[in-house]
Design a protein around this ligand. Structure first.
Ligand SMILES: [Zn+2]
Length: 431
């Protein structure tokens, strides 16, 4: 699903893209060729198994290291020391706060850089990334610039809210988060060109756009060609992807150039159908509403944890209250812990929406391509191969970390989904 966070679009080379038809899995080829599910050639299978292990470990280590680093900042009193240090050069309290949060964001980014670097190295070794180090570092720098530009003022605002309403600050922060979420979705397509080049899809793929128009007509989405973009992903990756992003005037469908032109048009139609599903079924506002509910409970629970941490360790950490600058680092720690343990909830919702979009996509191309089942399975095979998806994810790993169902599950479902047999009809299309 579309990026909901004020994240770094250029980062996370090893991870699956945040939205999209992005993949997740497979199983032993022989087994699943028979059942019509997902399959990988033997050489890719061995690579996919090795890579998925690295991915799992790296994801876990990154999360734990993020928590450990915040703990170190507090435990060594580096956080409270930084708060004092940023007071010296500036008189104005707001400017001191901005400087503190800007420096904090730089430090946090630098702390995660070695693991990001390693992730990029692995991605290059496995032939998923093709991005040079200069370009990669450039993306990291741009990501950091954006995060300081938007993140520091937002953190300063939240920090102020804690001091203004010491008891119910989490509710105030939640209320402030909602418009910021909407704004971040609206702005994200405008920020994307900082990292990647875009062009109208019909500039180099007019035949494909003509085919896509058939799906548009069938879905009644009224997505005009001006809202279809091609992203020049091939300079950075061999991965396949397409996604919906933006809101209102910025809403659009984006297809990577590693997808359009490299895989058969029928499969691109299916991917487009899936993305149209997100569009037609209002997944973006629904996910926004879900995120709001999720954050309400996350903030509430984390406020309790933060209060306990401040009572228990405040003196040792040099944190006089949660409303102080260093106190905000305690809140960051509490939210990171909460986010880590509550991730399965948001991932479960995301997988549900992705499954709905899969069903919609398969129904949308019915009557347009010869065999919707085969086409969908073939598209999932392309995704699984391009990203070297885990052939056998454990159900627990899928439950906890996957924001899309595994490619294996998606392909198996697609292979058997045929509502039109015996004169039936689809869930979303009545004919
Ligand atoms: Zn999707």
């Amino acid at each position: 699903m579309p990026q909901l966070a004020l994240g770094r679009p250029g980062a996370a080379p090893l991870r699956r893209p945040a939205c999209a038809l992005s993949p997740a899995t497979t199983s032993r080829p022989a087994l699943h060729r028979n059942s019509g599910g997902h399959s990988l050639p033997p050489d890719k299978l061995a690579k996919a198994i090795a890579l998925s292990r690295i991915r799992r470990i790296l994801d876990l280590v990154s999360s734990l290291w993020g928590l450990a680093f915040l703990w170190i900042l507090l435990g060594t009193r580096a956080a409270s020391g930084l708060a004092r240090w940023t007071q010296r050069p500036l008189r104005h309290r707001r400017l001191q706060g901005l400087l503190f949060f800007a420096v904090l964001l730089v430090i946090l980014t630098l702390a995660s850089l070695p693991l990001d670097w390693y992730g990029q190295q692995v991605s290059l070794r496995y032939g998923i990334s093709v991005q040079g180090w200069g370009s990669w570092l450039g993306d990291q720098a741009k990501g950091l610039g954006l995060s300081v530009l938007f993140g520091a003022p937002v953190m300063l605002l939240f920090n102020w809210l804690v001091g203004r309403w010491p008891r119910r600050y989490w509710l105030a922060i939640w209320l402030a988060t909602l418009p910021l979420l909407v704004l971040s979705i609206f702005l994200s397509p405008l920020l994307d060109p900082i990292f990647n080049k875009f062009e109208p899809l019909n500039k180099n793929h007019p035949a494909l756009v003509a085919e896509l128009e058939k799906v548009v007509a069938r879905t009644g989405t009224k997505i005009p060609p001006e809202r279809m973009f091609l992203m020049k992903a091939s300079v950075k990756t061999n991965g396949l992807n397409a996604y919906v992003s933006g809101m209102g005037a910025t809403k659009r469908i984006v297809v990577w150039d590693t997808t359009a032109g490299r895989i058969p048009d029928d499969e691109v139609l299916f991917i487009f159908g899936h993305e149209s599903g997100h569009y037609v079924l209002h997944h973006l506002p629904k996910q926004l509403a879900g995120t709001a509910v999720f954050l309400f409970f996350l903030y509430w629970a984390c406020a309790g944890l933060a209060a306990w941490l401040a009572r228990r360790f405040g003196t040792r950490w040099g944190v006089e209250s949660l409303a102080s600058r260093a106190g905000f680092v305690v809140l960051l720690f509490a939210v990171s812990v909460g986010g880590f343990f509550l991730a399965p909830i948001s991932n479960t919702f995301s997988r549900y929406f992705e499954h709905q979009a899969d069903v919609y996509g398969q129904e949308a191309i019915h009557g347009i391509v010869a065999d919707p089942q085969k086409t969908a399975v073939a598209a999932f095979n392309q995704l699984g191969q391009a990203w070297l998806e885990d052939p056998r994810p454990s159900p627990f790993i899928e439950f906890w970390t996957y924001n899309h169902p595994s490619v294996q599950n998606r392909a198996s479902f697609a292979a058997h989904y045929d509502p039109w047999a015996d004169g039936g009809q689809g869930r979303f299309f009545r004919k």
